[in-house]
Design a protein around this ligand. Sequence first.
Ligand SMILES: *[C@@H]1O[C@H](CO)[C@@H](O)[C@H](O)[C@H]1NC(C)=O
Ligand SMILES: *[C@@H]1O[C@H](CO)[C@@H](O)[C@H](O)[C@H]1NC(C)=O
Ligand SMILES: *[C@@H]1O[C@H](CO)[C@@H](O)[C@H](O)[C@H]1NC(C)=O
Ligand SMILES: *[C@@H]1O[C@H](CO)[C@@H](O)[C@H](O)[C@H]1NC(C)=O
Ligand SMILES: *[C@@H]1O[C@H](CO)[C@@H](O)[C@H](O)[C@H]1NC(C)=O
Length: 550
Amino acid sequence: MVSRNALMWMAGLLMVATFLTGSNVHAYPLTPSKDNYKLALHKALMFFNAQRSGRLPRHNNVSWRSDSCLRDGKFTDTLNDLVGGYYDAGNAIKFNFPASFAMTMLSWSVIEYSAKYKGAGELAHVKDIIKWGTDYLLKTFNNSADSIDRVIDQVGLGNNDGDSENPITTDGDIFCWMRPEDIDYIRPVTACHACSDLAAEMAASLAAASIVFKDQKAYSKKLVHGAKTLFKFSRNERGRYSFPGTDAELFYNSTSYWDEFIWGAAWLYYATGNNSYLQLATTSGLAKHAAFSRGPIHGVLSWDNKLLGAQVLLTRLRLFINPGYPYRETLRRFHNEANTIMCSYLPYFTTFKRTKGGLIQLNHGKPKPLQYVVNAAFLATLYSDYLEAADNTKSAGMFCGPSFYSIDVLREFAKTQINYILGKNPKKLSYVVGFGNRFPTHVHHRGASIPNNKIKYSCDGGWKWRDTSKPNPNTIDGAMVAGPDKDDGFHDVRTNNNYTEATLAGNAGLVAALVALSGDKATGIDKNTIFNAIPPMFPTPPPPPASRKP
Ligand SMILES: *[C@@H]1O[C@H](CO)[C@@H](O)[C@H](O)[C@H]1NC(C)=O
Ligand SMILES: *[C@@H]1O[C@H](CO)[C@@H](O)[C@H](O)[C@H]1NC(C)=O
Ligand SMILES: *[C@@H]1O[C@H](CO)[C@@H](O)[C@H](O)[C@H]1NC(C)=O
Ligand SMILES: *[C@@H]1O[C@H](CO)[C@@H](O)[C@H](O)[C@H]1NC(C)=O
Ligand SMILES: *[C@@H]1O[C@H](CO)[C@@H](O)[C@H](O)[C@H]1NC(C)=O
């Protein structure tokens, strides 16, 4: 019999803290399996195949989907080919803001983990998915010009025609419930003329993709050109894209554009190696504004707030290159802040509550938690890989206040959360459709819920499929639903999108987290590719580890 003290001593800090705080995180024994992450990765990517709009490729491999919305843009005076892209979620709207963020996340995951994608046999697949997205984004502004005055931000119509008190009741992409293939109403196109958050996110997305496609020189150059043009537009014409009364405000309200300025500038710096973007990304004024307007869900990367993503991305530069003046001070601050947030995800701290089943409540108990959890799991794994690759002592870790933690605790956090999503939860339900034995069967999704039987259901003729309690006739493989409530409860009800809807942004984070956790830990990140465009700098001595209280 080993004494409790000895056991604590042997098991180390992790066990001690878990024991002392009575954390539930380990209530469900972990059996992480690399093969399961690979399988889930394949499924999670297939969700993007199911969301494709436009003329589908020969091997789209989703049996119940075919060409749809081939008239998108036809009735606008300029930029009138808007065919393609992705439907955002269960409806058939194409929203550029979350779609471009989803593509940025996928590209980031490819830049870091191309070896793991290769190992999983998914590299060509994910690149194909990114290109489908960026090809469409390139249609939504004039990329033949060096200066632009508008960007298309949405195709299709939601609940709102400018009067939020009186949702419209005419044919549109929320009111109607029909397969995208059967849509016969006219889909309005929305353009914006001062939309800094949107344009900077699109710039980030094209810049990141230009690194993914660096071997296809002409395409990569086109992406960089678009990114520069969009970023200039975003800086020159200031405004939030989701102004009052729009669908954008209702569905994807952007808190501010300061975070996208830093994020977009960071990606443009990596894509071009042009110092002026790094100077901008590390301007203390931008950092201050971004910190002041961080929105309701702070300390989390999401489609609304990219500050943490930008901080982690720039911490990479500090850890591996550590440029000196004038970047040093802001990079140090970003590293400290990112580190503090990573600490706050650990179960030893109380910044975020957890459900009884162990799911971290990053959005403080509100519905649709999983989209935040997957991004946190991705960043925690990535940050731990950065620390490991930058450390040559073989004992990589981080300080949280006075305590030093091995990077294993960050990986453990990520695995625990992803395992919860894949089925290790009190309901023993996988929240990824098609993965595991039990998963949601009433996903809020027009295409998945209507039989593909050659019968065309009208706008309201489809309501019976929306409202039936029968399971969906089509399995939307890989869709990660919005998730459980704060009590680990879940209602598999199609009409309640708080539980059963999947989105591009949510699935992109899932893909990123899964590839980061898949395969061999030793495979790690691709340390150098992201720095390819950057001219040699004279590195200063390696920075000391970050240390701050959460
Ligand atoms: C789709 O199916 C084709 C033919 O069976 C196969 O070669 C391809 O790898 C599949 N693609 C995906 C993304 O599953
Ligand atoms: C795009 O920009 C080019 C170059 O300025 C211009 O010639 C062309 O007319 C523009 N196209 C549209 C659709 O505005
Ligand atoms: C959208 O965000 C803005 C800026 O943060 C805020 O003023 C506005 O109230 C928000 N709108 C809604 C519907 O939440
Ligand atoms: C770097 O970017 C800035 C801002 O877009 C531009 O003015 C400058 O000419 C660029 N420098 C180089 C070397 O391309
Ligand atoms: C979804 O959650 C929101 C925010 O809590 C709430 O206002 C809304 O009523 C919920 N919708 C349903 C269908 O439960």
